[in-house]
Design a binder for this molecule. Structure first.
Ligand code: ADP
Ligand code: MG
Length: 684
């Protein structure tokens, strides 16, 4: 007796070769087979009498073959089979191109269902290459909504459809019901058996929708249970509560008033930090929304309560910049600000570490070096990490484990679609800064191609003459890459610019330079000592140069949307009207679509949603570092409402049965364990 674990070879018509083709699609067992959901559907459910079918309409026609099909060879490589079909209402001519066998398959006097597009010319009606089958064919492909599957070489739609049909007939009754009855009822979800049946062979579009909804829910519910279960062991730990949370002195010291959103984020974080539990909060805000200030306020609060803070930046350049900004903001209060980065000399590092150990530093800013094994902290109360998505989950937990149980504030400049945030940061509380500081102007964005080069150069000249500065970003070039078109490497491009603009001061910074040299170049640009800074994406995150008014991105097609948005966020930070120019010669429609979005909106959340939609969640963070399994039917970018519901239900279930140990949850538990069997080490 076959069951869900039986090999697909069990299916009639699936031999060794076809089985291998199915394996390529990830289908090994009967369970895999029935879980191989259609990519789309074709509505072949509408029948029409010949005479009533309108020109261009795609319908099923039930008709009799009126004459013997004639095969004509027009020339080598072009065969025609022609025949005439009739029903009670009229006549149509049918032509098959290069399907000579239809001559023998279609018999005069017999009735078939033809599915295809009707053409009407005057009183003549015709169909070209319609799908046909005998009326009443079992598991047929006409007269209903037909599933269309993604195929691999050696498979065809009919074969797959029939295999799935057999699979469902064989073990449809054994399909596990992963959803608890109560959940299913509360959320109005159909049963597993019905869902599997109708996702493949929907009786109508209503049934298809019910099936889809149920299966999407199931997938997200299992995912949410899996993530929740992993997190479950990490109970809310006790943190050091802040007693004094009066920030008035700090706010008063600022040259500007905080925005409402900044204030809200600070208040939420302070509530966490004074609650007695340890804070785990994500602050999400678009580039330029002023996240640094939120961090500064909390660092100040920690200091007032006798606690020190560590601030981790993803790059040396950023660490340097945060060091400068935060020191300026905080040291007037007597807060002792230090730094610890990889590029410091051994002696400097030794001194910094000693100071940290002795509690002689209230705020240390640095890169990963902050969390190397030999760093000890005297009274670490708060850890801030900037630009979270660069770190990955492992690093986050490594730093949380450092000395005692500090409060953790994670800042992300990548606005993450809410769906993904829920899943990835499900263990963090989230504050959203959805308001930019006042007076911020929209950055005008344009896409141009190489033919605009002269005008672009003219624009650089004009802005620099007005005293502004310019960023030029070139994609990272890997020498081993086989490239279709000339790519501008940063160094090469900087040389070109230097000869085009002998009057301008041009500098270049790229990933292969020593940290020390990079810093020097950046510092000079910040100080206004250079006009044009050519770089690779090392400047992507965080750097703040208010005088920069133009961002040029070369080979813009090589960048993802969110990345482009980050880059654009480098300008428009001061009082000057700013521009972003995306240079690309690519004529690929996807690329054009991406660049168009950039020109249309400055809204980071919208852009990240588009990015997610265009690239898919797997690609979203680059190297799949978030460790999420691929979804089969749920669209993490779109199915937000179902996800929220599934997450709620999963949380409720885990609250009552944390290990999914009760008998009615056994199948769910098995599935949850399966989901992460190979991933437990990559995800935490
Ligand atoms: P991001 O969220 O991208 O890290 P930053 O913290 O670097 O943004 O802030 C961007 C700029 O906005 C900085 O120059 C900062 O001084 C300024 N800024 C932050 N908050 C305010 C505010 N409330 N009013 C005016 N300017 C602000
Ligand atoms: Mg920042």
């Amino acid at each position: 007796m076959a069951d869900l674990t039986t090999d697909v070879r069990y299916i009639k018509g699936i031999g060794e070769k076809k089985a291998q083709a199915l394996n390529k699609l990830g289908v090994f067992t009967l369970y895999d087979l029935v879980s191989y959901f259609p990519r789309k559907y074709e509505d072949r459910s509408q029948y029409k009498p010949i005479a009533l079918a309108a020109d261009g309409e795609t319908v099923c026609i039930q008709a009799m073959v009126a004459d013997t099909p004639r095969l004509t060879r027009i020339r080598r490589g072009l065969d025609l089979v022609k025949l005439r079909i009739v029903d009670d209402s009229g006549v149509a001519d049918v032509t098959y191109f290069n399907q000579p066998y239809t001559k023998d398959n279609l018999h005069r006097g017999e009735t078939y269902v033809f599915f295809g597009k009707i053409e009407v010319k005057g009183t003549r009606r015709s169909m070209t290459n319609p799908v046909y089958e005998k009326e009443g064919t079992e598991n047929g492909v006409t007269g209903r909504i037909v599933p269309i599957y993604r195929l691999s070489a050696g498979l065809n739609q009919r074969l797959l459809l029939q295999a799935v049909r057999q699979g469902l007939n064989t073990c449809g009754d054994q399909l596990p019901e992963l959803l608890p009855e109560t959940v299913r009822e509360r959320c109005h979800l159909v049963q597993a058996r019905y869902a599997y049946e109708n996702i493949h062979f929907p009786v109508d579009f209503g049934a298809l929708e019910l099936a889809r909804r149920r299966l999407i829910f199931e997938e997200l519910f299992v995912l949410a249970c899996a993530l929740g279960k992993m997190r479950g062991t990490r109970v809310r730990e006790n943190g050091i509560p802040l007693r004094d949370t009066d920030l008035n002195d700090f706010w008063r010291s600022l040259p500007f008033a905080p925005t409402g959103a900044q204030q809200r984020a600070v208040e939420q974080a302070l509530a966490d930090m004074s609650s007695g539990a340890v804070m785990n909060r994500l602050v999400q805000g678009d580039v330029g929304s002023g996240k640094t200030l939120v961090a500064a306020a909390l660092i100040w609060a920690a200091w007032k309560n006798g606690l020190s803070s560590a601030f981790m930046a993803p790059t040396e350049i950023l660490a340097e910049q945060h060091y400068t900004t935060l020191r300026e903001m905080l040291s007037p209060f007597g807060l002792r600000v230090g730094k610890l980065t990889g590029s410091m000399t051994a002696k400097e590092k030794r001194e910094a570490k000693a100071a940290l150990r002795e509690g002689a530093i209230d705020l240390v800013i640095g890169t990963h070096a902050l969390f190397s094994d030999d760093v000890e902290y005297a009274s670490l109360g708060l850890v801030v990490t900037d630009e979270q998505h660069r770190f990955g989950v492992e690093q986050r937990s490594a730093l949380i484990g450092k000395g005692g149980k500090p409060h953790v504030l994670v800042m992300s400049a990548t606005p993450i679609p809410r769906t993904l945030a829920l899943i990835i940061y499900g263990d963090l509380d989230v504050s959203i800064i959805d308001e930019l500081p006042p007076g911020r102007q929209k950055v005008d964005t344009f896409t141009v191609d190489e033919s605009y080069r002269d005008r672009l150069n003219g624009f650089i000249r004009k802005l620099c003459a007005e005293g502004r500065q310019v960023f030029v970003v070139c994609p990272m070039v890997d020498e081993n890459e086989d490239l279709p078109m000339p790519l501008r490497s940063a160094e090469e491009h900087a040389r070109d610019l230097a000869s085009t603009f002998p009057e301008l001061r041009i500098a270049c910074v790229h990933g292969k330079m020593k940290a020390r040299d990079k810093d020097a170049v950046m510092a000079a640009f910040l100080a206004g000592e250079t006009d044009v800074l050519v770089s690779t994406t090392v400047i992507e995150v965080g750097v703040d140069v208010p005088n920069a008014a133009l961002m040029i991105v070369e080979n813009a097609e090589r960048f993802g949307l969110s990345q482009l948005h980050q880059l654009r966020g480098r300008v428009g930070r001061g009082a000057h009207k700013s521009y972003c120019i995306l240079v690309s010669d690519a004529d690929n429609e996807d690329v054009r679509a991406r660049l168009r979005i950039m020109c249309q909106t400055n809204d980071g959340f919208k852009i990240s949603e588009e990015d997610l939609r265009l690239r898919g969640p797997g690609d979203f963070f680059g190297s799949r570092q978030h460790g999420l399994p691929e979804t089969h039917i749920a669209d993490l970018g779109a199915d937000t409402e179902i996800l929220q519901r599934a997450q709620q239900e999963a949380n409720a279930l885990l609250a009552s049965d944390p290990d999914l140990a009760s008998p009615e949850n056994t199948q769910l538990r098995d599935r949850v364990e399966q989901l992460f069997r190979r991933r437990t080490d990559s995800f935490n």
